[in-house]
Design a binder for this molecule. Sequence first.
Ligand SMILES: Nc1ncnc2c1ncn2[C@@H]1O[C@H](COP(=O)(O)OP(=O)(O)OP(=O)(O)O)[C@@H](O)[C@H]1O
Ligand SMILES: [Mg+2]
Length: 361
Amino acid sequence: MSAETPRLDIRHITKRFEGKTVVDDVSLSILPGYVTCLLGPSGCGKSTTLRMIAGVEVQDSGTIHVDGNLVCDTVFRVPPERRSIGLMFQDFALFPHLSVAANVAFGLTGSKAEQEARVRQLLSRVGLESYMNAWPHELSGGEQQRVALARALAPKPRIMLMDEPFSGLDNRLRDGIRDETLALLKEEGTSVLLVTHEPEEAMRMADEIALMRDGRIVQLGAPYNVYNAPVDKAAVAFFSDINILSGVVQGALVDTPFGQFLAPGHADGTRVEIVFRPQHVSIDFDRNGRGPNPTPMAGTPARGVVERARFMGSESLVEFRMDHDREVLRATVPNVFLPKVGTPMWLTVRRDRCFVYPSEG
Ligand SMILES: Nc1ncnc2c1ncn2[C@@H]1O[C@H](COP(=O)(O)OP(=O)(O)OP(=O)(O)O)[C@@H](O)[C@H]1O
Ligand SMILES: [Mg+2]
């Protein structure tokens, strides 16, 4: 078997419920030891995809292979317990009547001594060796989560399927447990498909993000690429607030109140939207009705008045009502600066951080 054989390979998976297509021709492969995040809004088909891979739901068409071996098509089907797949869901419920050690040992085979060694290894790895004989209800939420992770990893699954496993934890706990979990999964060499609807979680965890919408994967790539080269406006908007300027292409350029923008690849007369994030708007003070001088990089500044300014910790989000069209534009600024409502200011847009898409509809 070549080194490039994916650990998990799903091809053209489709699932319908009552005539409605919920997962629509999804293909995805994960190499050994890699983490892919299935990221998308509620109801887009993430859990259904996971359930088909786990084998608790059967696809209407398409195939699933693990390490090059067919696990499931429309006629042949390896039962869930023989797929070497570990599961971790939001309601990861430990068995309440079993000790922590017995919970972790639950799926293990082999001699008593081997089982004990594996349980001890994993519990010490997650820092809970001294809780071996405790009951689940004696543990905090974060500790229970770590036991659940140890339990899922104990039989050395080839693949871990995780469905919003951290959403039950409070924010402060979550970051630590996420990083710990990731480190342990990498050590074990397990391939992971993790479902989340939080972009920050996906970017923190994933080697690859599969952005899903209406049952389809609309973009697949490293977090850096998905964030910096989004396929469409909705993909930009999934990761952050957005601003939009509209215009018509003429000679691969679009004229706007912020000067000209490049629109390569769009034909003359095409109506386009220039989309950019609030982080890529710079602001400057008004000097007797004048702003900074235009430059080729920053373009032309346009004036707006602060309508709302929200302090958000590491940065502030400021909404401007623009003079030229009375529309709102958003800018984020470092938290040391929080302008007063009613302050006139000049905005410029970073040319190299704009995305140009044909207008929809
Ligand atoms: N057993 C079922 N019978 C009928 N419809 C179903 C069934 N399971 C899921 N659906 C529908 O399929 C769609 C996708 O559901 P799914 O649970 O996969 O979404 P999701 O992306 O996991 O959403 P969330 O982020 O809210 O968990 C939803 O519209 C849901 O109502
Ligand atoms: Mg779900």
